[in-house]
Design a protein. Structure first.
Length: 219
């Protein structure tokens, strides 16, 4: 039954994805409800998988991502709340990686990325306290991608990589004044071109509960 439901899930997500992508490319109508429907479906299906032996940590992360999208996509305000929720999402994914890789936290790398992100964001005019949330989010996210590259769960790593492509587009979207029109347009479309597929991959990466059998190795 689970395999049949996965096929149905992928088909429904593909239909939503093609619909809102066509709307965005043709600049026809408001696609935000179709986009949110795709994320809500990801959460619902992740709950379904977790109830049948899947990884609840992934379900929690997908649920928080959906909550963040309420603020960032539907309300288009309260950005610090949305970014804060996405930060928790990355902390949950870090917890998944941390337990699987022998408890290697790469804290020095995170500190380096955090301070570097602050310097970059200050240069772009980002203001406190949003700057701190974005910098912490970037540090955890980039380090998660680096550490997940050695994971046996290749779909999880692929999902994080595609998710990162989405956030690169988000960064370009927020540099609108410095970009030519064609690049701004590409970034606007690219955010969700990458985002929904990344969430689908992350959901499917948790279809079986993770096993944590490596010895403890504090970094």
């Amino acid at each position: 039954m689970k395999n049949s439901m996965i096929k149905i899930f992928i088909c429904l997500e593909a239909a939503l994805y093609l619909s809102f992508t066509a709307m965005d490319i043709c600049a026809q109508g408001d696609s935000k409800w179709l986009k949110f429907a795709g994320i809500a479906l990801c959460f619902a299906f992740s709950v379904f998988l977790s109830a049948r032996g899947g990884e609840w940590l992934v379900t929690a992360a997908i649920g928080l991502a959906a909550a963040a999208d309420v603020f960032l996509l539907l309300f288009d305000r309260y950005y610090i709340v949305g970014v804060g929720l996405f930060l928790i999402v990355q902390i949950l994914y870090f917890a998944r990686i941390y337990r699987a890789n022998g408890r290697k936290g790469a804290w020095r790398v995170k500190l380096f990325l955090f301070t570097g992100s602050i310097a970059l964001l200050l240069n772009w005019g980002c203001e406190f306290p949003l700057l701190l949330f974005v910098a912490a989010y970037a540090a955890f996210f980039i380090c998660n991608v680096m550490q997940a590259s050695g994971s046996e769960n290749k779909l999880f790593f692929a999902g994080l990589c595609v998710f990162l492509c989405c956030d690169i587009c988000v960064g370009l979207h927020n540099m609108r004044a410095q970009l030519p029109d064609w690049m701004r347009r590409a970034a606007d479309i690219g955010m969700w071109t990458f985002y929904l597929p990344s969430q689908v991959m992350l959901v499917l990466s948790g279809k079986e509960r993770d096993e944590y059998e490596r010895p403890d190795e504090d970094e």
